[in-house]
Write a protein that binds this ligand. Structure first.
Ligand code: A2P
Length: 281
């Protein structure tokens, strides 16, 4: 079993598969991340707003893994888009993560109705943080096609990734735009967060055909389309199940059959980035 690496548009590499720790409670994060490392995970996706960076950091420190063996992503808090605060909060993240540099730092949400709609300035700030060495790569999350067009036209810098909601019932239109710009797609909520995909007959039929679980079929679908995924689980047996997807592949027809389950906007489970404006208290 080995997790492939993909090359980003800044020529750095990223493991295509990892662990996402959204909704992993802060006091459980050290255990979950440590178990993931034991099972072979080498890519952790966290965020300032998840409140669990310290648990990721302590698990990393305790793992004994060399820094270049583990890929770590974090994301800018919605309340810290002003340039000086963005820098300060990345420095605080690094302290919690016990690192000198993260591998990838993302704008978590574009917040087009906040900060005078100036997410281009936020993007310029991230590029400066990269140039200052605080992060190896920079990208965005939850950017719609128009948001991507705006920052690329203004700065000429294409994000390394766009992390967006993608799962069989929601084949996010922002995915095409991301690929068109030459960025890779990171799919959040890859399993659809219990939205019914795991019980869909197309998925369970493929599970039977391959002798795999429905979750493994869905993860394989993302990987076979070239996207990066990091399913979340707090249970060791599911962590093991989710990484056990590198001994089979779906056919072109099977990939298309899963993509055909798309329900358009009705399949979205999370907020719409065009209107989402939440800032933590
Ligand atoms: P749990 O943490 O109790 O395992 P997503 O990554 O799409 O957001 O999905 C995460 C949700 O899917 C969580 O509720 C998680 O629950 C559950 N989950 C993770 N892995 C599996 C799996 N292999 N089979 C079924 N459910 C899973």
């Amino acid at each position: 079993m080995s997790v492939p690496s993909l090359t980003l548009n800044d020529q750095t590499t990223i493991p295509q598969f990892g662990l996402g720790v959204w909704q992993v409670p802060a006091d459980d994060t050290h255990r979950v991340v440590s178990e993931a490392f034991e099972l072979g995970y080498r890519h952790i996706d966290t965020a300032q707003m998840y409140g669990n960076e310290a648990g990721v950091g302590s698990a990393l420190a305790a793992s004994g893994l060399a820094r270049d063996q583990v890929y770590v992503t974090t994301k800018l808090n919605n309340g810290f888009h002003e340039p000086a605060r963005a820098k300060q909060s990345l420095e605080q993240s690094l302290e919690k993560l016990q690192l000198d540099q993260v591998d990838l730092f993302l704008i978590h949400w574009p917040l087009p109705s906040r900060y005078d709609g100036n997410f281009t300035r936020t993007w310029e700030t991230l590029v400066e943080l990269r140039d200052a060495g605080l992060t190896r790569s920079v990208g965005v999350s939850n950017f719609q096609a128009a948001h991507l067009d705006t920052i690329v036209a203004a700065t000429g810098v294409v994000p390394a990734v766009n992390q967006i909601e993608v799962h069989p019932y929601f084949d996010n239109a922002a995915r095409e735009a991301t690929l068109r710009h030459g960025a890779l797609v990171e799919g959040w909520s890859p399993l659809g967060q219990g939205g019914g995909e795991l019980d869909d007959p197309v998925i369970t039929g493929l599970a039977e055909r391959y002798g795999k679980s429905p979750a493994q079929i869905i993860l394989r679908w993302h990987l076979d389309r070239g996207d990066i995924v990091f399913p979340k689980s707090t249970r060791r047996e599911r962590l093991a199940e989710n990484i056990d997807v590198f001994d089979f592949a779906l056919t072109t027809e099977e990939i298309a059959a899963v993509a055909a389950l798309d329900k358009g906007e009705a399949g979205r489970t999370g907020p719409n980035p065009d209107t989402f404006d939440w800032i933590p208290a």
